[in-house]
Design a protein around this ligand. Structure first.
Ligand SMILES: [Zn+2]
Length: 77
């Protein structure tokens, strides 16, 4: 059973900045350099808070979102 079922995991597909700019994993993971940097910093930052963090570097199923999970084994990919 997925940990989403017990609210122990959340998927994040993108961000809307205070200036209104939208940065999405699908469009920007390999997009403009500043957006790429933002998304990688977001992922690396999430790894400090969540026990499991998966994104586009993990597999194609996660090409459009970060999977952030409270349980796991320190996986950060
Ligand atoms: Zn997920």
């Amino acid at each position: 059973m997925s940990l989403h079922a017990t609210a122990e995991a959340i998927d994040i597909g993108g961000f809307e900045l205070t200036n209104g700019r939208r940065i999405s994993l699908l469009a920007d993971w390999n997009g403009e350099q500043d957006a790429q940097s933002f998304l990688r910093e977001a992922k690396n930052g999430a790894c400090k808070w969540f026990a499991t963090t998966l994104g586009p570097d993990y597999n194609s199923l996660h090409a459009d979102h970060f999977h952030l999970q409270s349980r796991g084994w320190g996986l950060c990919r």
